[in-house]
Write a protein that binds this ligand. Structure first.
Ligand code: DCB
Length: 521
């Protein structure tokens, strides 16, 4: 708490005592004495912090506007109005709140166009936490588990909302949802004020609140069906969503290089994968190492056949421009444009297809100088033909430098950043990077990961893989596993010699394959 707010704090404390001890006299005929907000409403009204409507009612179910909410917060904190840009009745208090750093300019522009709109719950909570409990922090894992719809939260509100859960200011609804972009009723706002003031008086420790803390939410409720169920995908905040705007998680297999293991990108192999519960397939179109650049027409046909087979099996499918030994995506920019022009033209009407424009930039490559400018040239080629398509973008160091993209993210719709990991090589540190990216508002897609070391062999590292998958599941992050083939390496999902054109049994799967197939659903 800033000590120039001491007087406000004391006012708030005094108010708080009133709220907590005040008799719930019937200040408003429409607020029942036993209603959880009754005492708060009555005392706040009595203190001139809140007013009813001219008909003498309070209308606790009505939506509270941004102006009403911030004005009450300012009064509670003893923040005096200052000169403002508009003559809106609340402009002075809102200007003072803005200057006190309770919210940012773009959240409620001082030009006033949002003052009378409902205040989104995530913004309301941020303002309360900044105003009354600025020192409180919430542990990401502990608190995010309490929030069933955590994936819907805008990244810029992670910190205050997690802190608010930690301090018991917010507890979510009966389903464990926070509903971050929803509005607040006037009655519910009073409860929030009461909770934050109590916690503040308690030194930031959770106080007993009117709402009971729900048990930690289980896995976040998501759709994991196929294309016919989910339709066109869209990215909302950091979350991949279906056409209806509901969070969706894609899980499935990546092919190995189709120039080598094209037989495992066959209709039967893909159908086998779908039958195991996957809703995603990734077609790895190597550029070098005997891939597309050696034989563009034949490889294009092979890739398109695999995409068609995935679509026929109701799977989402990633067309992956698999740069690898050509570390810099700029090296084959023109070929990439030609390839994606043809792919996007062919699949422009299919909601199933996602485009991954550079598998793993590596070597002497930077996000700023190489990957970002490359993406800025290739994305428009795709979006010009398929405007709604989700496009996945890699980063330097084999798509691990997602933290560098935070500083200069791409602009545009339906873009996601890939993060690749190998469980035998990468752990906590890379997971922290992923959280950093989410926190900064970057949507993340794990379009390739393996149970092995980063070279595709060693292990298998199933315990570490499990830690990764739990981590991804808790964040609703989609993934594709490397790889669906029978190569004699531990990351391969099939045992050496497994025929591609039969229905596989458990005996055909490698140790890695059994583990990964078991985690699709
Ligand atoms: C990625 C690549 C992928 C590669 C796997 C495993 O590379 F995207 O193409 O697959 O991760 O290394 C391997 C196959 C081998 C094949 C080889 C070359 O499994 O059968 O012979 O590609 O085509 C990564 C990922 C991370 C790191 C290094 C590589 N890393 N890498 O963090 O150091 O060197 O390929």
């Amino acid at each position: 708490m800033k000590w120039n707010h001491w007087s406000g704090f004391l006012t708030a404390l005094t108010l708080c005592v009133f709220i907590l001890t005040g008799t719930a006299f019937a200040a408003f005929p429409d607020v029942a004495a036993e209603s959880p907000c009754a005492s708060a409403v009555a005392e706040m009204e009595d203190q001139g912090l809140l007013s009813g409507y001219p008909d003498g009612r309070f209308y606790p179910a009505r939506t509270i506007s941004a102006a009403q909410f911030v004005t009450i917060a300012a009064r509670c904190a003893g923040l005096e109005p200052v000169p403002a840009q508009t003559n809106h009745w609340a402009a002075g208090s809102l200007q003072a709140a803005l200057q006190a750093g309770w919210y940012d300019w773009d959240e409620l522009p001082p030009t006033g166009e949002r003052f009378n709109l409902p205040i989104p719950r995530q913004l309301a909570v941020k303002i309360l936490m900044r105003a009354f409990l600025p020192e409180v922090r919430g542990d990401y894992l502990t608190e995010s588990r309490k929030i069933n719809d955590f994936a819907r939260l805008d990244g810029r509100y992670y910190e205050p909302v997690l802190a608010a859960y930690a301090a018991g200011v917010v507890t979510g609804d009966a389903q464990g949802n926070f509903n971050p972009t929803g509005s607040l009723s006037r009655g519910a706002a009073c409860i929030l004020f009461q909770n934050v003031l109590k916690a503040s008086a308690n030194g930031g420790q959770p106080a007993k609140t009117h709402e009971s803390v729900p048990t930690p939410a289980p896995a976040v409720g998501t759709a994991q069906g196929g294309v016919s169920e989910n339709g066109w995908l869209q990215v909302i905040g950091t979350q991949l969503c279906n056409e209806a705007g509901e969070p969706v998680v894609l899980r499935g297999m990546s092919s190995h290089g189709i120039q080598w293991y094209g037989q495992f990108a066959s209709a039967q192999a893909i159908a086998n994968t779908a039958r195991q519960g996957a809703n995603l397939f990734r077609v790895a179109v190597y550029t070098e190492e005997g891939g597309y650049l050696s034989n563009p027409d034949a490889i294009f046909q092979k890739a398109a056949a695999a995409v068609d087979a995935a679509i026929a099996n109701d799977l989402y499918v990633i067309v992956d421009w698999h740069i690898l030994s050509d570390g810099n995506p700029m090296t084959h920019l023109e070929e990439a444009k030609t390839f994606f022009t043809a792919m996007a033209e062919r699949y422009k009407d299919s909601p199933a297809v996602l485009y991954e424009i550079c598998n793993e930039p590596n070597g002497n490559v930077t996000w700023e100088r190489d990957v970002r400018p490359y993406a800025e040239q290739v994305i428009p080629v795709i979006h010009a033909r398929s405007p709604k398509a989700v496009i996945l973008v890699g980063s330097s160091t084999w798509s691990q430098d997602i933290h560098l993209a935070i500083r200069s993210p791409l602009s545009g719709e339906n873009l996601m950043y890939t993060l690749h990991f190998y469980a035998g090589t990468h752990g906590t540190e890379l997971r922290q990077r992923l959280d950093e990216a989410l926190k900064a508002g970057l949507p993340v897609f794990v379009s390739e990961w393996g149970t092995s070391r980063a070279d595709g062999s060693g292990g298998v590292f199933l315990k570490e893989s499990g830690e990764w998958l739990d981590f991804l599941a808790a964040r609703n992050i989609s993934w594709a596993n490397w790889s669906l083939c029978d190569k004699n390496e531990t990351s391969a999902a099939l045992r050496p010699g497994t025929p591609p054109d039969k229905v596989w049994t458990q005996e055909d799967l490698s140790e890695s394959g059994r583990f990964v197939f078991g985690r699709f659903r």
